[in-house]
Design a binder for this molecule. Structure first.
Ligand SMILES: [Zn+2]
Length: 163
């Protein structure tokens, strides 16, 4: 099992993005939901670095997937994540992760189709708990700000014409 925290895992000042996180998608996992199912998920980063986590599915009161991995090469992390289903309008069932994070003393428990582990974070959680943004929207905002400041500068120079 690969470790986290070695290499380029540092927290930067801007918000982390979904793209730089390790993402566990229910879409890729739902076929493995049966009692005692176990295995690993592996991510390969640009440049070839691999990260992997192990999982084990247990069937107690509710089906649970326990994720286990080594964090920063020093700590063994185990997070039980409860699984839940909702009915689709066509009578099928849809699987969800239950976000396992506690933020500000309050358990999240949101249904999530994806769990993320952003750079520097220790536990997988939903996008809201990790306050993740998408790279594309961050870039869009930067462009917006750049456009605004060009607009203001032009105004000061007296060349800005409003319609
Ligand atoms: Zn959450």
């Amino acid at each position: 099992m690969g470790g986290f925290g070695s290499g380029n895992w540092y927290r930067i000042e801007k918000k982390s993005t979904v793209e730089e996180s390790l993402t566990l998608a229910m879409r890729n996992f739902r076929d493995r939901i049966h009692p005692r199912s176990s295995g690993t998920f592996t991510w390969t980063r640009t440049g070839g670095n691999k990260s992997s986590i192990g999982y084990l599915v247990t069937w107690g009161e509710s089906p649970t997937i326990t994720l286990h991995y080594r964090w920063r090469d020093s700590e063994d992390v185990q997070i039980p994540v409860h699984l839940q289903t909702t009915l689709t309008q066509f009578g099928g069932q849809r699987w969800w992760f239950t976000c396992p994070l506690i933020v500000g003393g309050v358990a999240c428990n949101r249904r999530a189709g994806k769990l993320h582990l952003p750079p520097g974070a220790r536990y997988f959680g939903c996008r809201k708990c990790h306050d993740l943004t998408y790279r594309s929207s961050q870039e869009a905002h930067q462009e917006e700000r750049l456009f605004e400041s060009i607009g203001r500068m032009a105004e000061r120079l007296g060349t800005f014409k409003s319609q």
